[in-house]
Write a protein that binds this ligand. Structure first.
Ligand code: PLP
Length: 446
C-alpha cells in the first residue's frame, strides 16, 4: 500500500513553492488533522497550537458549527458573482456591522488582509482626493504591492520600490521607546508630537490616511499607551485625514473585545479585517466603512472589486463564527483569561528567567520579549537575524516543539496567541512548556 504521508511530503518538496522561504532549506511538518487547540502530523505527533496557525484560527480546528455552516452552504450554492445579492453575504455583512465600532455600517469583502488594506487605501484616496498614506515602522499590512509598501518590517525591503506616496512614522513602543520616553504618558505625548511633525512636514492637505495596527501584531504586540489612539484620531480629524485601523490580526475577539480599538473607544473611518472573522476556514477579509467613505461612493462608482468578493462559503463560515462567538461570549472569556491567567503567569516567567526582558499583551495576544541583558535590553538575537545569528531563537523554538507546543516566534520574541477557545488547562500547560523551554534562552543571557 502506498504510504500517503510520505507521498504528501514528497509531492510538497517536489511541487509546492512556499511563502517567504528559501525553498531548498524547508522541511515542512505535514499536518494530518486538528481539533480545537491541537493538531497532529502524519506520524500522529500532537502539538498544542500556540500560534493559532497564523493567528487566524480563533475558534480552533474543526469547530463543528463552522464546519456544518460551510457544508450546508456548499450543498446549497457554492459561489455567486459579487454583483448578486446572497443570503450568506448579507448576513455576514449585517453581523460584522453589528459588532463593528461606532457608526461603521457597510462591509466590502475581500479574500484576505492584504486586499483589505489595498482597498482601504483606495477608498481613502478616493474620498479625500489626496494621495499620501502615513504608515508605521514595526508593522505588517500584507504582501501585495500596496500593502507591502505600507509594511514597516524587513519583508518590504526586497519588494521596493513599490507603491508611491507612503510616508513612515514611529508608533509608541514603551519598552524600546523611539522617543527616549521614561513613562507611558511621555511616550504618548512624544509619539503624538512626532506624528504631528510628520503631518506638518508632509503637508496635511496631501495626506489621505494614517494606517496603523490598533495593537501591533507580528512586530511585537505593541499596545498603544493610554491616549495615543485618541490623539491620532484627533490629529486626523483636525486635518481631514482618514484613520484606517488594521484589525486583521487584533480583531474578532483576539484582544478581548470584538475589535482592539474598542478598548480605547476610538472609532476609525475604516477598519480592515480578515483571519479571525471566520477562523480562517475559508479565505475572507474586508473593509468596514464609516459614513464619510460610504457617502463618497454612494453616488459615484467605487473603482475596485474582486471576483470572490463576499464568497458564500467564506461568508457562511463568518456567520457561524460570529454567532458562536456571541453565544459563547468569546471576547469576554478572552479578556478574563488574559488578565486572570496569562498576565500573572507571564509576570512569573519574567521574574524567573534572566532572558525575559518584557512581557506585554491583552486578551490572548501576548509577547515575551527575550534579551541577552536586562539592563541594556540587548535583544537575544539581532533585528532581522538569520542563520547562525538567529540560533538562540531556533533553540527556543525547538525546545517548545519538543515539549509538544507549536510556538509563534518573531525576531527575539515568543508570542502567546492560542485559539480563543483553548481550555484553561491547555493554556497553562502551554505556558509551562514555554517556561521550561526558556532555560535554553537563559543560557545566552547575562
Ligand atoms: N495586516 C495584519 C495586521 C496582518 O497580521 C496580516 C497577516 O498576518 C495582514 C494584514 C495580511 O493578511 P493576509 O495574509 O490575509 O493577506
Amino acid at each position: 500500500m502506498t504510504d500517503q504521508r510520505t507521498d504528501a511530503y514528497r509531492d510538497d518538496r517536489a511541487h509546492v513553492f512556499h511563502s517567504w522561504s528559501a525553498q531548498r532549506a524547508l522541511d515542512p511538518v505535514v499536518v494530518d488533522g486538528g481539533e480545537g487547540a491541537t493538531f497532529w502530523d502524519e506520524s500522529g505527533r500532537r502539538y498544542l497550537d500556540f500560534a493559532s496557525q497564523l493567528v487566524n484560527l480563533n475558534l480552533g480546528h474543526q469547530h463543528p458549527r463552522v464546519v456544518a455552516a460551510i457544508q450546508e452552504q456548499a450543498a446549497k450554492l457554492c459561489t455567486i458573482a459579487p454583483t448578486f445579492g446572497n443570503a450568506a453575504r448579507s448576513e455576514a455583512a449585517r453581523l460584522i456591522a453589528e459588532v463593528a465600532p461606532g457608526d461603521l455600517r457597510h462591509v466590502f469583502f475581500t479574500n484576505g488582509g492584504t486586499e483589505a488594506n489595498e482597498h482601504a487605501v483606495r477608498m481613502a484616496r478616493g474620498t479625500t482626493g489626496r494621495h499620501k498614506v502615513l504608515a508605521a515602522y514595526r508593522s505588517y499590512h500584507g504582501a501585495t504591492t500596496g500593502s507591502i509598501t505600507l509594511t514597516g518590517d524587513p519583508r518590504r525591503w526586497a519588494n521596493e520600490p513599490a507603491m508611491p506616496g507612503v510616508v513612515r512614522f514611529f508608533g509608541p513602543y514603551p519598552y524600546r521607546s523611539p522617543f527616549h520616553a521614561t513613562s507611558e504618558e511621555q511616550e504618548t505625548q512624544r509619539a503624538l508630537a512626532h506624528l504631528e511633525e510628520v503631518f506638518t512636514f508632509e503637508g496635511p492637505h496631501t495626506i489621505a490616511a494614517v494606517i496603523l495596527e490598533s495593537v501591533v501584531g507580528t512586530n511585537g504586540i505593541l499596545i498603544p499607551p493610554p491616549g495615543y489612539l485618541a490623539g491620532v484620531r484627533e490629529l486626523c480629524d483636525r486635518h481631514g485625514v482618514l484613520l484606517i485601523a488594521d484589525e486583521v490580526m487584533s480583531g474578532f475577539g483576539r484582544c478581548g473585545e470584538w475589535f482592539a480599538v474598542d478598548h480605547w473607544g476610538v472609532v476609525p473611518d475604516l477598519v480592515t479585517f480578515a483571519k479571525g472573522v471566520n477562523s480562517g476556514y475559508v479565505p475572507l477579509g474586508g473593509v468596514i466603512l464609516g459614513p464619510r467613505v460610504y457617502e463618497t461612493f454612494a453616488e459615484r462608482p467605487f473603482p475596485g472589486g474582486l471576483t470572490y468578493s463576499g464568497h458564500p462559503l467564506a461568508c457562511a463560515a463568518a456567520v457561524a463564527t460570529i454567532e458562536v462567538m456571541r453565544e459563547e461570549s468569546v471576547p469576554e472569556r478572552v479578556r478574563d483569561l488574559g488578565e486572570r491567567v496569562v498576565r500573572p503567569r507571564l509576570e512569573k516567567l519574567r521574574e524567573r528567567h534572566p532572558s525575559v526582558g518584557d512581557v506585554r499583551g491583552l486578551g490572548l495576544f501576548w509577547a515575551i520579549e527575550l534579551v541577552r541583558d536586562r539592563e541594556t535590553r540587548e535583544m537575544l538575537v539581532p533585528y532581522n537575524a538569520a542563520g547562525p545569528a538567529a540560533k538562540p531563537m531556533a533553540e527556543v523554538v525547538a525546545a517548545c516543539k519538543e515539549r509538544g507546543v507549536w510556538p509563534f516566534t518573531h525576531f527575539n520574541r515568543v508570542h502567546v496567541v492560542p485559539p480563543l477557545v483553548i481550555s484553561e488547562d491547555d493554556l497553562l500547560r502551554g505556558i509551562d512548556a514555554i517556561d521550561d523551554a526558556l532555560e535554553v534562552a537563559d543560557a545566552h543571557a547575562a
